[in-house]
Write a protein that binds this ligand. Structure first.
Ligand SMILES: C[S@@+](CC[C@H](N)C(=O)[O-])C[C@H]1O[C@@H](n2cnc3c(N)ncnc32)[C@H](O)[C@@H]1O
Length: 185
C-alpha cells in the first residue's frame, strides 16, 4: 500500500465496535489465567479489558493511533505498531481478532484481510510468533470467508502445535477459533 494512502486510512480508522467475532473470542478468553497477555489489533479495547481481569500484565497494540486514542474499554499499556513489532518480550498468551475478509485491496483496516483474507493475518501472525513463551498460546479468530487452512499451515511453521478449538455458524460465514501452542523457542 502506498505510504500516503496508508497514512490517510490510519488517520480515518474508527475503533471496531465489539461484535459477534469479539464475543466469540471473549467467551473463550474469559476462562484463561496467567501472568502476561497481549491483545493485538485491540480496537475498542474490549478484549484487553477482559484479559486485565485475569492477567497481571496486559499490553494492547493496534496499527491505528486514531483507534488507540478513541479506545474506551482499556486505557493503559497501549502501543501503536504492526502486530507486536515494537515489543521485545515473550507473553504467556497472545490473542487477536484478525481482520480476515477476503478483499482485493485493504480499504478498511478493521476488517479487510487482503487476498484470500491472508495478507494482513499472515503479517500479524508472522510478527507475534517470536513474542510467545515456550508453552505459551496464540489464539485468533478467522473465518470460512478466508483461506483459513492456509493460515493454519502458516501458523504451524516455527514450532507451533495448531488446532481449531471452536466454530460458530453465522448467517453468512463460520467463525473459526484457532489455538497455537508454542512447543519450543
Ligand atoms: C476486527 S478488528 C478487532 C478489534 C477488537 N480486537 C475486537 O475484537 O473487537 C481488527 C483490529 O486490528 C487492527 N489492525 C489491522 N491491521 C493491524 C496490524 N497489522 N497490526 C495491528 N493491528 C492491526 C485494526 O485497526 C482493528 O482495530
Amino acid at each position: 500500500m502506498k505510504l500516503l494512502k496508508l497514512q490517510k486510512k490510519l488517520s480515518e480508522t474508527e475503533p471496531y465496535p465489539p461484535s459477534e467475532d469479539t464475543f466469540f473470542l471473549a467467551d473463550y478468553v474469559k476462562n484463561i489465567k496467567g501472568y502476561s497477555a497481549l491483545d493485538v489489533g485491540t480496537g475498542s479495547g474490549y478484549l484487553s479489558a477482559l484479559l486485565a481481569k485475569s492477567f497481571s500484565l496486559v499490553v494492547a497494540t493496534d496499527i491505528s493511533f486514531n483507534v488507540l486514542k478513541k479506545q474506551n474499554y482499556f486505557t493503559s499499556n497501549m502501543i501503536c505498531c504492526n502486530g507486536a513489532d515494537a515489543l521485545n518480550y515473550k507473553f504467556d498468551l497472545i490473542i487477536c481478532n484478525l481482520p480476515y475478509l477476503n478483499t482485493e485491496e485493504v480499504l478498511d483496516l478493521t476488517t479487510d484481510g487482503g487476498k484470500e483474507g491472508l495478507t494482513i493475518p499472515m503479517e500479524i501472525i508472522g510478527s507475534v510468533k517470536s513474542r510467545i513463551k515456550p508453552g505459551g498460546e496464540l489464539i485468533y479468530v478467522t473465518s470460512s470467508l478466508s483461506n483459513f487452512k492456509k493460515l493454519i499451515d502458516y501458523t504451524k511453521l516455527d514450532g507451533f502445535s495448531v488446532r481449531i478449538i471452536a466454530k460458530k455458524k453465522l448467517f453468512f460465514e463460520d467463525l473459526i477459533l484457532v489455538k497455537a501452542i508454542k512447543l519450543f523457542s
